[in-house]
Design a binder for this molecule. Structure first.
Ligand code: MN
Length: 128
C-alpha cells in the first residue's frame, strides 16, 4: 500500500521540523507550507490524504485557508485538521465551522501525535 501523503502547514520552523520528523519516522510522505496561501497552492498540486493546518500564520491564517480549501470542489474531500495553540472555549467550534475535521492542541504530545493523525486518516472527511 502506498504511504499516505500529508501536507503540514506551519509557520513555526521548530514545530514544523518536529511534526515532519514524527510523520516521516512513521512512514508518511510529508510536504510542507508555511502560510495559508502556500497551503492552498500546495494542496492543489497534491494529491494529499490529510492536511494539518496551523491556525496562526502570516499572510493567511489557517482557518481562512481551511474554508477556501473546503470551498474548492477539487480539494474539499481532503480532511483538514487544525493545529492550534489555543486552549480557549469556542476554538473547537471555530475549527469545525471552518470545515476542519477536528484539531490537535499544541504543544503536541510526541507519544500520541502519530496515533492521533492516523485516527483522522481513518476517519476521512467524516468528522471526529
Ligand atoms: Mn503559527
Amino acid at each position: 500500500m502506498a504511504s499516505k501523503s500529508i501536507l503540514v502547514v506551519e509557520d513555526n520552523p521548530a514545530n514544523l521540523q518536529l511534526v515532519e520528523f514524527l510523520l516521516k519516522s512513521a512512514g508518511f510522505t510529508v510536504s510542507s507550507a508555511c502560510n495559508g496561501i502556500e497551503a492552498i497552492e500546495k494542496a492543489g498540486a497534491g494529491p494529499f490524504d490529510l492536511i494539518l493546518m496551523d491556525v496562526e500564520m502570516p499572510e493567511m491564517d489557517g482557518l481562512t485557508a481551511a474554508r477556501k480549501i473546503k470551498g474548492d470542489p477539487a480539494l474539499a474531500h481532503i480532511p483538514v485538521v487544525a493545529l492550534t495553540s489555543y486552549a480557549m472555549k469556542g476554538d473547537k467550534e471555530r475549527c469545525l465551522a471552518s470545515g476542519c475535521s477536528g484539531y490537535i492542541t499544541k504543544p503536541i504530545s510526541t507519544r500520541e501525535f502519530v496515533k492521533t493523525v492516523s485516527g483522522f486518516l481513518e476517519a476521512g472527511t467524516g468528522g471526529l
